[in-house]
Design a protein. Structure first.
Length: 497
């Protein structure tokens, strides 16, 4: 290890010394320091926040990752890991005085085991690529975020991503068996294993959703499921958003657990239809997509029961996908909703909160009222079956004050979720975006426990610092200034300073 120290006591990175140290074990092209070459790394999918990192490294081997982390640990340099950067909470936002560690070159599927029904992959493998590789064996990987064509499994683990089929098959945490992790001081360790359970504390669960704050993922073992004998989708149209939301809980209460149960309001429906021509009824105030999978007999029975229930609960129309092509079109519209809504305004702010199913009608009514109060349109697209909301707030960042207003609107939605017994994130993580709302979700004592967990894995606090878990002082200020219920809409951020 080099004896000269470019960081300690200097308050500023000695760039030539550190670049020289990195290039002792990385190719020159794998260490990026030129400003223009760094710009593609300045943000993740939440593009409202930007920061050019001090430098980017692109290792190709586990040994190189270990060396990078060992070097940064010795010189106390913060590190932010990054995959495909499709995240939506600023979780991969770089640091001006830190290293961005890109895992883009870790993109190999190492093994498909059709007997054990597992896939061993590197963190840079795209979500969809796993199912494509497993398909010849009649298997697939269940979690399917809307960004699955681009998002990577490492990021999915970091954010504990879900997708349209998470209602029946669970989130990432329910589908991961083993992780190989490089610790902040550069050691390789294995967490979990191919068995159903492993001895000791359940560290596997704590790594899922840890947002890159506890270790660097370099390998993931995931469960594969057999492709169902049959899958069929119902599309139900409603002339009232609250009525559609109420029908969601009724389906689950009837003992029907769909593979996916998704909802889109009228604005999102029209945007998606204009974008991909999925065959949606554009006059509807909302639609539900309800997919049933399983054996032929099971699907036939549940489709019939769900259809009758939806009509009874006020659906103006219920369609059954006539073939697999139509089923795929229905889902393509839902999975294209985010980019489709992006055509309606120069910018949109994507929120992510979760509420109890029974509170969906109430929450949607309140979001509509907030939209009028803030004078900003909102399109609602969400995983209705598990109450995971994705309101998309439309705004124009070129208009003075609109971004601030959109952020205030989003903060009110998240705090509404907490008030009705929900959470501030379902799958996008906390990152930078929701750091204030962690102060609403958790008490000071609870946050202190989170800090202790972080310190147990990362005593020097080098991995993704400043994300996900706010400091007690930060929360004291936010609770005093920003949670005052007398602060009118649009004034929240002024009060918070």
């Amino acid at each position: 290890m080099p004896t000269n120290d470019p960081v300690k006591g200097a308050g500023k990175i000695d760039t030539p010394a550190l670049v020289k140290a990195l290039r002792q074990f990385l190719p020159n092209a794998a260490v990026i320091t030129e400003t223009e070459a760094l710009r593609p790394y300045e943000c993740d999918g939440l593009s409202a926040y930007r920061q050019i990192p001090w430098a980017v490294v692109l290792p190709e081997t586990v040994e190189q990752v270990c060396q990078v982390m060992s070097l940064c640990h010795h010189w106390q340099i913060p590190v932010v890991a990054r995959g495909a950067a499709t995240g939506l909470s600023g979780g991969a936002l770089p640091l001006a005085d830190g290293l961005l560690l890109s895992l883009a070159k870790f993109n190999r599927i190492l093994n498909i085991d059709p007997i054990a029904r597992t896939a061993r992959v590197e963190p840079g493998v795209r979500n969809l690529a796993i199912s494509q590789a497993a398909n010849p064996y009649g298997l697939y990987y269940a979690p399917d975020p809307s960004s699955q064509i681009a998002c990577t499994i490492g990021g999915n683990v970091a954010e504990n991503s879900g997708g349209v089929h998470c209602l029946k098959y669970g989130l990432t945490v329910h589908n991961v068996l083993e992780l190989k992790v490089v610790t902040p001081d550069g050691h390789l360790t294995t967490i979990g294993g191919p068995a159903l359970d492993s001895p000791g504390y359940d560290l596997l669960a704590i790594m899922n959703g840890s947002e890159g704050m506890l270790g660097i993922l370099v390998e993931v073992l995931v469960k594969l499921l057999p492709c169902p004998e049959r899958a069929q989708v119902l599309l139900a149209a409603f002339d009232d958003v609250e009525r559609a939301a109420a029908a969601v809980g009724e389906i689950i209460a009837a003992g029907i657990i769909p593979a996916g149960l998704e909802m889109m309001d009228g604005l999102a429906v029209r945007a998606a239809e204009d974008f991909v021509h999925a065959g949606y009824p554009t006059e509807a105030a909302a639609i539900l997509l309800c997919e049933i999978d399983g054996t032929n007999e099971e699907v036939s029975d549940h489709i019939r029961r769900a259809r009758d229930l939806l009509l009874k609960k006020g659906a103006t129309e219920v369609r059954t996908a006539q073939d697999d092509d139509e089923r795929i079109r229905f889902w393509k519209g839902r999975k294209s909703a985010f980019p489709a809504v992006g055509r309606l305004a120069p910018d949109y702010y994507c929120m992510d909160g979760t509420v109890p199913r029974k509170r969906l009608p109430e929450v949607l009514t309140r979001i509509g009222a907030l939209s009028r109060e803030y004078d900003l349109p909102v399109a609602n697209v969400f995983h209705a079956g598990d109450g995971n909301l994705h309101p998309l707030i439309l705004y124009d960042a070129n208009r003075p004050g609109e971004l601030r207003r959109a952020e205030d609107f989003g903060a009110d939605i998240l705090e509404l979720c907490v008030r009705v017994g929900g959470t501030i994130t379902g799958e996008h993580g906390v990152g930078h975006e929701k750091i204030h709302q962690m102060c609403v979700q958790f008490s000071a004592a609870e946050l202190e426990q989170f800090h202790r967990v972080k310190a147990a894995f990362d005593p020097s606090l080098l991995l993704n610092p400043g994300k996900a878990i706010p400091q007690p002082k930060h929360c004291a200020e936010y609770r005093t200034l920003a949670r005052d219920t007398l602060v009118p809409p649009g004034e929240r951020s002024k009060a918070a300073g």
